[in-house]
Design a protein around this ligand. Structure first.
Ligand SMILES: Nc1ncnc2c1ncn2[C@@H]1O[C@H](COP(=O)(O)OP(=O)(O)OP(=O)(O)O)[C@@H](O)[C@H]1O
Ligand SMILES: [Mg+2]
Length: 460
């Protein structure tokens, strides 16, 4: 069953039940009110007549006075008035029609002759009309001498009550109809958005990320549409990045391969007696081989990181020793580039739990960046100290710096400010992931033309 049917269905059922209960309550109340009202009026009139008799006619004979009494009693009433004697004979009738010797057959008369007010609802034996009869005893000094009976037709009341009932039922049905239409409209607005989303999702499954889902309302479905749209543009962007990456990687791989091949050809064609040339060529082949290895390692690392498959092997690491070691490893390159590489380490830094190889990888990445983006006679300072239960390592250079708009992107994979610089744009992304796996944080501050500082915070 579709959402629309479910929504409207449950909605209508609830409203229908509510209307039904309300209607039943209203109809019962209206009936009770009308019939009770008629009853009360008759009762009042009968009681008034009985007490009128007691006050003014008590000394006289009921049968002789019945004519005058009837006039008095029926004066203020539209109802049929009857006067009955103790034996149940009808003495007077305001309609003047009846001559009935056995009024005792009516339950209300029976009760009245015994001295109590009686009430009876039933059918008129001659006309079969629904009637209400109220009888009151006529008493002289607390002794019952007869009864007065007020009879009224209930047809009018039934008609009124039925009319009201019909109106109430019509109103109820109207309410249900309006609610159903509103419910259909409302659910249509929902299902329409859902259909849009479904269509868009279907298109995305087929690999088409170009179309966007229309956002119809500012609601949960609207934000779902936003999310879907955002997802589509991210996927598009990462496709783009992937393509860029493949072309840049191919290019990167090609450069060392070309140089290796070039040297191999040179060495093959020359005679081996030129030892210096041989050495030079082999050196270059070796270093290009290393470069290739490093690049492939980075790529492997990256794909592992991307799949969350990178493993961190925590072990005690003595940071000062590690930093000095890296310094010694990279200083020949720094010297070659005419850059001053300084390591300033607080020797009292306690050993921390970390993955030494991964940490080394991060630091080499950072210093490599600094070396890459700093001109000769520049300076690179690696500094480490502890504060507030954290080790803070900074790699600071006096290089080209990174513009503010690029700063937030350099941590993204494959991002390079200048596409022509060597490297795959993965170094910082990998470093950031590794530091995060150490529950630490990597932050970059930089100023164009002044230099860059990378801060690493590691918990002790
Ligand atoms: N110290 C720095 N000074 C200036 N720019 C920097 C510095 N470090 C990083 N960048 C900028 O950030 C980009 C991304 O750096 P990242 O280390 O991620 O990649 P890469 O060095 O280009 O390639 P890889 O490290 O994978 O060989 C660099 O291309 C460079 O534009
Ligand atoms: Mg780098």
């Amino acid at each position: 069953m579709g959402i629309q049917k479910r929504l409207v269905g449950s909605y209508v059922v609830v409203i229908f039940l509510t209307v039904l209960i309300l209607e039943i309550f209203l109809i019962v109340s209206v009936r009770f009110y009308y019939f009770h009202n008629v009853e009360r009026i008759l009762m009042n009139q009968a009681e008034l007549s009985a007490s009128f008799f007691q006050q003014y006619f008590a000394d006289e004979d009921l049968e002789k006075q019945s004519d005058r009494l009837l006039k008095g009693f029926s004066h203020n009433s539209d109802a049929q008035v009857q006067i009955i004697n103790l034996s149940g004979r009808l003495l007077q009738d305001s309609t003047g029609l009846h001559d009935d010797n056995n009024m005792i057959k009516y339950p209300d008369v029976q009760v009245a002759i015994q001295g109590e007010p009686g009430i009876w609802k039933g059918k008129d034996p001659s006309t079969q009309e629904a009637i209400l009869a109220v009888s009151f005893p006529l008493q002289v000094n607390d002794v019952t001498v007869g009864g007065v009976r007020f009879v009224t037709s209930l047809t009018e009341t039934f008609n009124t009550v039925n009319q009201i009932t019909v109106v109430l039922i019509c109103v109820g049905m109207l309410v249900i109809a309006i609610v159903t239409v509103l419910g259909l409209l409302l659910s249509w607005t929902i299902t329409r958005s859902i259909k849009d989303l479904k269509q868009a999702a279907d298109r995305m499954t087929e690999g088409d990320f170009s179309k966007r889902v229309p956002k119809r309302y500012q609601d949960e479905l609207g934000s779902l549409a936003d999310t879907l749209n955002m997802m589509a543009s991210r996927i598009l962007k990462s496709e783009q990045l992937k393509n860029d990456f493949i072309s840049s990687v191919s290019h990167e791989l090609r450069t060392p391969l070309t140089s290796i091949k070039g040297w191999v050809i040179t060495l093959k064609s020359n005679r081996i007696d030129n030892k210096q040339l041989l050495h030079e060529g082999l050196d270059i082949i070796e270093s290009e081989g290393d470069r290739l290895t490093r690049m492939v390692d980075e790529l492997l690392d990256f794909s592992k990181l991307d799949n969350g498959r990178i493993a961190i092997h925590f072990a005690p690491v003595h940071l000062p020793a590690l930093l000095h070691h890296i310094g010694r490893q990279l200083s020949p390159r720094a010297t070659r580039q005419g850059i001053l590489l300084e390591i300033q380490v607080d020797e009292t830094i306690p050993t921390i739990q970390a993955d030494e190889n991964r940490l080394k990888q991060v630091l080499i990445n950072l210093i490599d960046n600094s070396l890459k983006f700093t001109d000769d006679s520049g300076r690179i300072l690696v500094h480490a100290h502890t504060t507030l239960g954290q080790v803070i390592i900074t790699v600071e250079d006096t290089g080209s710096g990174i513009a503010e708009e690029d700063l937030e992107n350099v941590l993204h994979k494959f991002y390079k400010v200048d596409q022509h610089t060597s490297g795959s744009g993965l170094g910082l992304s990998i470093s950031d992931q590794i530091i995060k796996l150490h529950r630490g944080e990597l932050r970059i501050t930089s100023m164009v033309g002044k230099g860059t500082i990378v801060h690493i915070h590691l918990p002790i």
